[in-house]
Structures are given as C-alpha cells and as structure tokens.
Design a protein around this ligand. Structure first.
Ligand SMILES: [Zn+2]
Ligand SMILES: [Zn+2]
Length: 223
C-alpha cells in the first residue's frame, strides 16, 4: 500500500509519488501545485506556487496584512471563522512558517508578533488551534463587538457585502440608422456620378471640356 501525504497547498491527500518537496520552503506539495525553477527552468528543482510567486514578485511590507483585510471583511457576516492553514496560505499568498504547524504558541494572541497583530488589529483572536488537522478558529474579540473603537473600519467592511454584484451591462451594438447628412452625401455622390456619366458624351467632338471651376457639383443642403 503506497504511503500518502497531504499537499500543503491544495490539501489533497495523494500518494508520495505524486508529491515533491519545495526547494524553498521545504514542505511537500503535489505536482499540480509546483513549478520548475522559474529562473533556470530546471525541472529537478521544484518550487511550490507560493514560493514561485514570491520569487517572481517579492512582496513588500507585512505579508499578514491580507489576513487583517480578510477578517475585517468577514466580521460583517460572522463572529467565528474557521480557517485551514492552507486557506490562510491562500489568503496571505505565502506559506505559513513551519512553526505555525508545529506549535500552538505561534497562534498565541499577543501584540508581540506581527502575525498575531494581524488578526488582533482586525478585531479577532484565535479561539482554537488544531495542529493535527491544521486549522484555526478565529473569534471576534468582545471589545470589538461592543465598543465602536474601530467603527470606521468596521463600517467600511460592512458596506462591502451590502453592495450586490451587478455584472457590467453587455454591450449591444444596435444597428443605427445612417444620419440624414450621410444619406444626403451619398445621394449627392450618386448624382455627381450620374452627372459625370451623362456629361461624358457631350465632351466628345467639338465641345471643349468645361474647366473644373465651372463644374458645379450637386451638394446637399444641410451640412
Ligand atoms: Zn496540491
Ligand atoms: Zn515553497
């Protein structure tokens, strides 16, 4: 029986033959969630998609900021949010450090760490951490629920979902009627062609062709 393991990105449990270790973060991923070395294209050096993205566009600033935004957004709907570690990876666009998988200490509600500040600043705290199943439950902090300290930011977050998504109107190009000017111009052109044709036989023989400035063209009235 083949040994199976879980992809740290998509969460699927697959036989080890379909899993590789990322050369950057050292965690195991399925081959679907990995790409060869972006710089060299060396297929023996595989990186997980999160690491590959970081290598292509290194992020500046706090990488947990996205988690703050996410939790602020969720606070409009609910008081409790359960997130798998893989989901958090997806939110922050990066992998959680191995420490997060190993120790509940990492999930402690303290202002001493940047990642904890990310959820505390959003008005959330960790209520339950399950390392075995790799998930965490965030709970809205009591102070956040009662006091209006972050009223502005909360308002902002709660405004987002009230706006239902309306798809942009499909562009329908109705066949427009040509304008009167256009019709008149075309009509004038036809007239001119007719006139030129009609006048051609007259030019033959003894008649001298009229000089250009004497030729009066039929013009539309409105211009
Ligand atoms: Zn995967
Ligand atoms: Zn990686």
């Amino acid at each position: 029986m083949p040994i199976k393991d879980e992809c740290k990105l998509c969460g699927r449990v697959l036989p080890v033959g379909y899993l590789r270790r990322c050369q950057r973060c050292g965690k195991t991923f399925c081959l679907d969630c990995m790409v060869p070395d972006v710089a060299t294209g060396d297929i023996r050096r595989l990186f997980c998609l999160n690491c590959a993205r970081k290598m292509v566009s290194p992020k500046t600033g706090n990488k947990y900021e996205a988690l703050t935004h996410y939790l602020r957004f969720r606070s409009a709907f609910t008081d409790t949010v359960r997130l798998s570690f893989a989901q958090i990876d997806g939110i922050i666009g990066d992998n959680l450090p191995l420490e997060a998988y190993r120790s509940t200490e990492w999930w402690k509600n303290t202002l001493a760490t940047a990642h904890a500040r990310a959820w505390l600043n959003a008005g959330w705290e960790t209520a339950e951490v399950n390392l075995k199943e790799a998930y965490v439950v965030f709970q809205k902090t009591k102070t956040q629920q009662v006091s209006g300290e972050h009223e502005k930011t909360r308002k902002k977050a709660s405004q987002q979902p009230t706006k239902p998504y309306t798809p942009p109107p499909a562009r329908i190009y109705a066949k427009r009627k040509p304008s009167k000017t256009k019709i008149a111009k075309l009509y004038a052109r036809l007239k001119n062609i007719e006139r030129a044709k009609a006048s051609q036989p007259k030019l033959r023989g003894t008649f001298k062709p009229k000089p250009a400035h004497e030729k009066r063209l039929f013009k539309p009235k409105s211009e």
